[in-house]
Design a protein around this ligand. Structure first.
Ligand code: AQP
Length: 334
């Protein structure tokens, strides 16, 4: 990695097959950063097991996610793309940082409160300390910038607090990361319930468009999406279904809301939904094609995993050794 460029870290959980929300809100924007920054994009499987996962499904979702990163345009030569579980530094630093994080601050995390309500039968300690592992993910690579959605801002703030706290005791060990404020990624909502966000782990399959959904499936899901009883294509909070479809159409075509309203001034919801469906299908078609090709090339993907894991491990071990020394662990004897 060239030293003149800033480092960006981000990741996604392989907790399902990724959605149009994950793509428009994150992945698509990541592809725009690869020339200007040194980027690491992790598949955060350690985070995914804070919610119970089926092992075979998790393995498949993880590999598919890695291939979707590449199919979406992340160049594996320019970006470090890897599985979190293959770089043990994440867990090791996570443990150390646990000892520099307070129960009180963790219990204020809104995502923990939400997730523990959603998974009341499995409120495990990992769910509670999730933000500490996330801090380790970021701090391990001396990350400058983290592209985060609004729901992760609180966690990034905590990563900064932990870094500052640690640095105050031991000197300048960690770079204090900042949020990457780029082109705002669209927040995509559930098709059947546009008041809540589209999520890959949603059990209602009609709520999500998966990146790998077949064109006819995409068309049908959009046609069936919930809208109000009117027929105007206007961007208003009291029309969350239409607003969501306009966000999708705008993110895919680059058109403004005013231009969209004008384009569909003489059409009803039916025509608009067809146009949105076709635009999404056209956007995803090349990605799906590339994904199919990558799926056939096991050797190539394995090589990417091997090379990128080595790069991530190298960078991670530099920070980890420094931290281990600072806290007083005995030096390794080689
Ligand atoms: N609906 C969304 N619209 C825009 N961006 C979204 N992201 C997620 N959903 C939307 C962004 O995708 C990235 C992936 O985040 P993650 O995998 O760590 O977890 P998440 O945010 O919890 O995503 P999901 O799909 O909702 O996963 P589950 O169902 O497992 O909880 C992040 O950058 C996020 O902002």
């Amino acid at each position: 990695m060239g030293d003149d460029k800033k480092t960006i870290f981000s990741g996604m959980q392989p907790s399902g097959f990724i959605t149009l929300g994950n793509y428009l809100g994150a992945l698509k924007n990541w592809t725009l950063l690869q020339d200007e920054y040194n980027c690491l994009y992790c598949i955060v499987d350690l985070h995914a097991i804070t919610v119970r996962q089926d092992p075979a499904a998790l393995r498949k979702q993880s590999r598919d996610l890695l291939m979707q990163y590449i199919a979406a345009g992340l160049d594996p030569e320019k970006n470090i793309i890897y599985y979190q579980s293959h770089v043990s530094g994440h867990a090791e630093l996570g443990w150390i940082l646990n000892c520099f994080t307070y129960m009180g601050e963790l219990s204020r995390m809104t995502q923990f409160k939400e997730k523990s309500q959603k998974h009341a039968e499995n409120i495990n300690a990992g769910l509670f300390t999730y933000p500490v592992l996330m801090a380790a993910d970021i701090l391990l690579y001396q990350t400058d910038l983290v592209p985060v959605g609004d729901d992760q801002r609180q966690h990034l703030e905590m990563a900064r607090d932990i870094a500052i706290r640690f640095n105050n005791i031991y000197g300048d060990v960690f770079k204090v990361p900042e949020a990457y404020i780029g082109k705002a990624g669209a927040r995509i909502m559930a098709l059947q319930d546009p008041e809540k966000k589209m999520s890959k782990s949603d059990e209602n399959k009609n709520n999500t468009i998966l990146l790998l959904d077949e064109p006819n499936v995409i068309m049908n899901k959009i046609k069936r999406s919930v809208t109000d009883s009117g027929n105007e294509i206007v961007y208003r909070d009291d029309k969350p279904g239409i607003k969501n479809l306009m966000n999708i159409y705008s993110a895919v075509t680059g058109k403004t809301n005013d231009a969209i309203s004008e384009e569909f001034a003489n059409s009803g919801y039916g025509d608009f939904k067809v146009a949105v469906g076709e635009a999404v299908v056209a956007e995803l078609e090349p990605l799906q094609q590339k994904f199919k090709e990558l799926s056939k090339d096991k050797k190539y993907i394995d090589q990417i995993i091997k090379d990128n894991t080595a790069k991530a491990n190298y960078l991670a071990s530099k920070t980890l050794s420094k931290v281990q020394k600072k806290v007083g662990f005995p030096p390794k004897v080689r």
